[in-house]
Design a binder for this molecule. Structure first.
Ligand code: EPU
Length: 284
């Protein structure tokens, strides 16, 4: 455990002040011990994967940030793939494809860890975590637990794991896949990645900033039609390739990111009377 750890190096947007406490468990038991310590100290734990969908404010995080990046390991068992929470989702997808197991091709090239992907129910138009997840192992302050997908209430970019009042660290996830051939799975994964690369911007971002509304046009289209492309606050701007992507040229400037997102949201609200909901988790 360390104190006063800068968080901007641990998020893809490169923003955030310091974590008051920061820990990197290398086993589920260590994770449980950390949660139990936080509970005794009255500190809120925040479980961080690859930091690809989070913003910590410039003032930092006053509780305990627990990173899962040292929980690693991937193994195959029949048509299942079992991965520790800190494994990159894309690496898991690649392992599956190489073994000729189908169901995670969409995830090849998607940033983030297995644990984060489950918490967010990561997905694209071609598939999502809910479609392949069969079991989750986690720890609570009192030790190991097993969860079924139905316990997680997976929805569009949401799950019960995002409710930070429930102190849980996902430690391992199991996906059930379908037997196919490596030629097919690798071919499809590469094609989907190429298609996304053409449509989605590169540069430091957290992917899509806002969720698509449950009905009507997608957020990207609304933001585009409201004239958001190119909007800028300091070092942060809206991509000219995709209006739902906020790119950061600076670092440690969370207030600029949040201000830009607020302006984007206001524009869409004024123009279309639609209130966009952020997809990026704001960890205050
Ligand atoms: N559009 C515009 N202008 C833009 C951007 C998009 O008019 O600047 C239009 C597109 O032409 C298209 C529609 O909006 O008709 C939807 O855009 P796109 O196909 O790019 O998909 P999206 O709904 O914006 C979703 C996910 C992405 C995922 C892609 C591909 C959300 C919020 N976004 O994007 O996920 O990669 O589909 O499957 O659900 C993420 O969650 O961080 C993310 C990037």
């Amino acid at each position: 455990m360390r104190e006063r750890v800068p968080l901007h190096r641990l998020t893809s947007l490169r923003v955030g002040g310091e974590a008051r406490y920061f820990a990197s468990p290398s086993s589920p038991e260590e994770g449980a011990a950390l949660l139990s310590w936080a509970e005794r100290e009255g500190l809120s734990p925040f479980v961080l994967g690859a930091g690809t969908n989070v913003i910590f404010p410039d003032s930092g995080y006053g509780g305990l940030v627990i990173t899962t990046r040292f929980l690693t390991g991937i193994r195959l068992s029949g048509s299942r793939i079992i991965a520790s929470a800190g494994e990159p989702l894309s690496r898991i997808a690649w392992h599956a494809c190489r073994a000729g197991l189908s169901g995670l091709e969409w995830a090849y090239g998607i940033p983030g860890t297995a644990g984060g992907a489950v918490a967010m129910n990561a997905g694209t138009r071609e598939g999502d975590i809910a479609g392949v997840l069969v079991e989750v192992e986690a720890v609570s302050p009192s030790g190991r637990i097993r969860l079924a997908p139905s316990d997680l209430e997976l929805g569009y970019r949401e799950s019960a794991l995002l409710d930070r009042r429930i102190p849980l660290i996902v430690t391992s996830v199991t996906f059930e896949l379908a037997r196919s051939s490596p030629e097919r799975t690798i071919g499809l994964a590469r094609r989907l990645l190429d298609e996304r690369r053409e449509k989605l911007p590169s540069g430091p971002s957290a992917g899509c900033a806002f969720k698509n509304p449950s009905e009507g046009p997608p957020a990207g289209e609304l933001l585009d039609r409201a004239g958001c492309k190119g909007m800028r606050v300091g070092d942060v701007f809206v991509s000219s390739l995709h209006a739902n992507f906020v790119i950061n040229e600076g670092e440690r400037n969370a207030s600029e990111v949040l201000e830009l997102m607020e302006r984007m949201r206001r524009r869409v609200e004024e123009r279309f009377r639609v209130l966009l909901e952020p997809e990026i988790i704001i960890c205050e």
